[in-house]
Each structure stands twice: as C-alpha cells, then as structure tokens.
Design a binder for this molecule. Structure first.
Ligand SMILES: Cc1cc2nc3c(=O)[nH]c(=O)nc-3n(C[C@H](O)[C@H](O)[C@H](O)COP(=O)(O)OP(=O)(O)OC[C@H]3O[C@@H](n4cnc5c(N)ncnc54)[C@H](O)[C@@H]3O)c2cc1C
Length: 240
C-alpha cells in the first residue's frame, strides 16, 4: 500500500547525504531496521530513469517508531534516479511512500551484539542500536566503515552513545584517509576488539560485496551463519 507524506525538514549530514524528516497523517508502525519505499513517476518529476513506469526504491527509517514522522538518510549518486529525485525535493513537498517492511530487525535484546556496516548500510543499524540501547542487556560492538571522516554519518550520535554506555564500543574504519584510527575493510578489525567473536549475534549491511566479504570473514572467525542477520543493497553498484 502507498500513502502520501510531507517533507518537514531537510538537513545535510555529509557532503553527499541528506536527512529528511517525513510526516504522515497517521503514526508509523514498524520494527526498527525496516524500510519504506519512495515511489514516483520519473517523467512527471523530470528525472531520467532507465525503467519504464514508476520508480520504487527502498529507504530505511532511522528513527524509532511510534510517531507520525520518520527520518530518512539518503546518499546522492550522480547517475542515480531516486537519490537524485529526493535530493531535489524541498521542505513542504509531498512524496509517495510504501508500507514499511524488511527482516533486518533486532532478534534478541539479551544477546551480545556486533554491528558491521559500510556507507548508507549504517541506516538500519542506527534504529536497531537505538532500540538495543533502550531494551538490550548485553555488550555491543559497532563497526562502521566509510571512505573519509567527512563521510561518516551519525558520528556525533555514536560518539555520545559510546561515551554514555560502558557496554558500547564504536569503531570507525576509513578506506580512503590515513588517520590515527583503523583503516581498510571494517570487518577485518572485528577480532582486534571482540574477544569471543563466535559467540556473538551479528547485524551487517552494506553493498552486496561487503556483505559477502563480511560473512566470509565471520565464517573464518568461526561464527555460525545463523548468528548473522544481513542485508546487501544497491545491487549492481559494488564499490571497494
Ligand atoms: C532494503 C534497502 C534499504 C535501503 N536503505 C537506504 C537508505 O536508508 N539510504 C540510502 O541512501 N540508500 C538506501 N538503499 C539504497 C537505495 O534503495 C538505492 O539503491 C540508492 O539510493 C540508489 O538508487 P538510485 O535510484 O538513485 O540509483 P539507481 O537508478 O538504482 O542507479 C543508477 C546509477 O546510480 C549509480 N549508483 C547507484 N547506487 C550506487 C552505489 N552504491 N555506488 C555507486 N554508484 C551507484 C550507478 O551509476 C547506477 O548505475 C537501500 C536499499 C535497500 C535494498
């Protein structure tokens, strides 16, 4: 089912990512980690699209449910379709959204958990982490890979949660900037920080190749497949 919603606020999170607050007439009900879909007719919107008919792309709600608004964090791709459409929107514009759905959701708040994401794959990790911060009782490791410090989304939120929670440890790894923190593929730092990786629950999200590489790495660390909850996205656009 689709419904209309109004953009009430737009904020630049990084040079390529904007956060949109989108408000509807009814309360949004969903599990943290689930996504809606943005839908539009490209011809009407004056946007070049490869597909015929309406464009439909998934975007994750990054806030917790229970209000009439969701926040979306959307990265713009130069050659993109829906990401360009959204970045051209203004406050007070109406957009069409689909119902929230998806399987990347918190399994058990009592387990020790490890989040591993890159790029906009962080978007489902943030609401699940927020839920875990409320309900969870275990230890949390949050690994997030980006190109440069400038590209890091939610750094303020994560650093604040890290400082407030003795059970939370946040690790950023940069692939295109030398700094005094970890560099290279983020999943390769897991064993430096997690003593018993095989006993944790993993939530992972990023481009498909990153999810495949992370699962392979976790397999080498002895993590059973059923302890990994994952989603790979932006199909066909695999970056290092
Ligand atoms: C479940 C799910 C949840 C998602 N949640 C979010 C979210 O919260 N925030 C978010 O920003 N995205 C999210 N995505 C990705 C999003 O749905 C789109 O795939 C993305 O915005 C690109 O769509 P587009 O229409 O702009 O580009 P498309 O029309 O799909 O692609 C056109 C061209 O854009 C370029 N492009 C697209 N993706 C990439 C890429 N990753 N790297 C390099 N070039 C690329 C390529 O040149 C490609 O040929 C999610 C995906 C899934 C499956």
């Amino acid at each position: 089912m689709s419904f209309e919603a109004t953009i009430t606020s737009i904020h630049e999170m990084t040079p390529d990512v904007k956060q949109f607050v989108v408000r509807a007439d009814e309360q949004f009900e969903y599990e943290p980690g689930q996504h809606t879909t943005v839908r539009f007719d490209p011809e009407e919107a004056g946007i070049d699209a490869e597909e015929d008919g309406p464009v439909i792309r998934p975007y994750t709600a990054t806030n917790l449910p229970g209000t009439e608004a969701i926040t979306l964090a959307i990265k713009r791709y130069e050659e993109g379709t829906a990401s360009v459409y959204m970045h051209e929107r203004s406050t007070d514009d109406t957009i069409t959204l689909g119902d929230l759905e998806g399987n990347l959701t918190l399994r058990d708040p009592e387990e020790d958990v490890v989040f591993v994401s890159t790029g906009t794959g962080i978007t489902p990790m943030i609401p699940i982490l927020r839920q875990y911060a409320r309900e969870g009782t275990g230890e949390v490791h949050f690994f997030y890979g980006e190109k440069t410090q400038e590209d890091l989304m939610y750094r303020e939120t994560l650093d604040t949660l890290d400082a407030q929670n003795p059970n939370l440890s946040v690790v950023y790894s940069l692939s295109e900037e030398e700094w005094d923190g970890p560099t290279g593929h983020v999943q390769e730092h897991i064993e430096e920080y997690v003593d018993d990786p095989e006993s944790r629950r993993y939530y992972t999200c990023g481009v498909p190749q990153m999810v495949v590489d992370t699962k392979e790495h976790l397999d080498e660390l002895g993590v059973p497949d059923e302890q990994i909850v994952s989603e790979g996205w932006e199909e066909g656009a695999i970056e290092d």
